[in-house]
Design a protein around this ligand. Sequence first.
Ligand code: GLA
Length: 414
Amino acid sequence: MRQDIKKAFSDVFGKTEELRVFFAPGRVNLIGEHTDYNGGYVFPCALTIGTYAAVRERGDRLVRMYSENFKEDGIKECSLDDIRYKEEDGWANYPKGVMAEYLGSGFSLPHGFDIVFWGNIPNGAGLSSSASIELVTAVIFNQSHHLQADMLDLVKMAQAAENSFIGVNCGIMDQFAIGMGKKHHAMLLDCDTLSYEYAKLNMSGLSLVIANTNKKRSLAGSGYNKRRQECREALQDLQKHLSIQSLGELAPSAFDTRAGLIQNETNRRRAKHAVYENYRAKKTAEMFSKNELGQIGELMRESHLSLRHDYEVTSPELDALAEAAWSHGGVIGSRMTGAGFGGCTISIVKEDAVQDFIETAGARYKEQTGRKADFYTADIGAGARELKEDDYGDSGTCGTFDPIRPAKRTDFTP
Ligand code: GLA
């Protein structure tokens, strides 16, 4: 990977000896969906696929950026003295948003860079390709300008960039998981206090399989901000009678006795999901520590059903994939992951059943939706960082540039 991205850099910006290479992973959330902006818990992990960046310092204040994933867009350019959101800059608005956050937070950015990005996270699949390019940019500026911000600051700046520059009111889960990821570990994060624990996942004999519906979703154009608003309204109704700051403070039983205080029926269902999902996230982490696979499977299924019926962010494609997984004997658990409205499911599958699962679920999905699903076995990797000589990034063996080709990908055409 290091050589590939260096070559891409020299093709675009010319040969150079002074390249540095950075990497930020994608993330998958095991459970705890739409709880982060409700002051609840999430249980995500960083992946080994992600966004690479080859970087050379410039003597002036220009930043020139090129993405191997969007070659047709050519080089995007901005000055550190004039950073504005521009529709026509497309993907480059994400790194620009991070630069704007640095400047807005009072950091001095003395010079610009030439940067080539390349990512192997399927775009629009709910695996956080946008947070990944944000964090890799944040690390580039932090390291190269010796800004000494800690990772949590970078995480918060990346989230702020997404909120104010891109206009998606996301919570902190994606940026946190990508910044703070740890190999072989998931993170149980309390999004209210940002306290967290790493949980080593005992995956012996098991695989994490991500299935992409190939139905892209766009957060900005989706109902994501609407769901946030509905939860806020539900909270405001509850606050007229209860002294709580977030839905995450309510246990399911406390919610059940007060649910009637929420005036609007839709908002009541949204809040119910947030409260119960928060409980499920904590419970799942506990069940992982006890290796209670049966319970984990049940919690994942409940999560999906709640996202389907109460939060209404699944899609016929996500439901078809989840149902196909539930009916397979080798599957421990399965659910949609990420924001929803399309994207991916995550399944825990017995290692020796993975191939059969992919074939059977893939065929069933094709039959029901007419679409082809892509399956990936996911490995849990470390967080955003500069790649040193002995660190090739986790998908370092992937030799070719293919925008949506993770290192370990299992295609199946039924
Ligand atoms: C997106 C957002 C996250 C989180 C999830 C849903 O990925 O970026 O902050 O809200 O959706 O759990």
